[in-house]
Design a protein around this ligand. Structure first.
Ligand code: GRF
Length: 197
């Protein structure tokens, strides 16, 4: 059975576009919803252009009431019956209660070679540490931030003179390859780790 995929975004949505465009033909999944936590998320228009249903659950009116924000997201998601949730540049921390609702069916892409550099400013931290390589990881989401089983990684060398921006520009195209490659496998229950290049 074709898997139904909801993609959660906060920003430009380039990973969302890569995921959505990959889900055609023989692919075992299809995008059914792009959900953003802000109406300003640039990816919403791109999703609509791709013919994907979109929704916004703005976190701001909920203030510190994370449970109420998540309940509203759950309601919106449930209306589209997703089997898999892909976080793609979604910049809100999710509680264990919310994550556990999806019973291991939630994925995230993080711009570091996890378990290194959970959280923010990953590229700056890799450069600062003198790392010789950097990259990105796709992992299953658990209640712990940027934790959970790693399903794929892509690596690039850190070059002399790299800045967080040049490193990000080198890694982002790999994110666009890695995430679809992992999702394609995950949708048929294959949890073997994808390594790029
Ligand atoms: C990506 O670098 C992703 O790894 C990180 O946020 C960025 C999102 O970019 N979590 P986009 O919205 O997919 O273009």
């Amino acid at each position: 059975m074709t898997k139904r995929v909801a993609i959660l975004i906060s920003g430009g949505g380039s990973n969302m576009v890569a995921l959505a465009k990959s889900m055609t033909g023989e692919h075992p999944a299809r995008p059914v919803l792009v959900l953003a936590n802000s109406a300003d998320a640039g990816g919403l228009a791109k999703a609509a252009d791709l013919g994907i249903a979109t929704a916004v659950v703005d976190h701001r009116p909920f203030g510190k009431d994370r449970a109420a924000f998540e309940a509203e997201m759950s309601k919106t998601l449930a209306a589209h019956s997703p089997d898999i949730i892909c976080l793609a540049g979604f910049m809100r921390v999710l509680s264990g209660g919310f994550v556990n609702q999806w019973q291991g069916g939630m994925l995230n892409i993080h711009p570091s070679l996890l378990p290194k550099y959970k959280g923010l400013n990953t590229h700056a931290r890799a450069i600062e540490a003198g790392d010789v390589e950097a990259g990105c990881s796709v992992h299953q989401v658990t209640a712990v931030l940027d934790d959970g089983p790693i399903l794929g990684q892509a690596r690039v060398p850190v070059l002399a003179g790299d800045t967080p921006q040049t490193l990000a520009e080198r890694i982002l195209p790999l994110e666009h390859q890695l995430y679809p490659a992992v999702l394609r496998r995950f949708a048929v229950g294959d949890r073997a780790i994808v390594n790029l290049p």
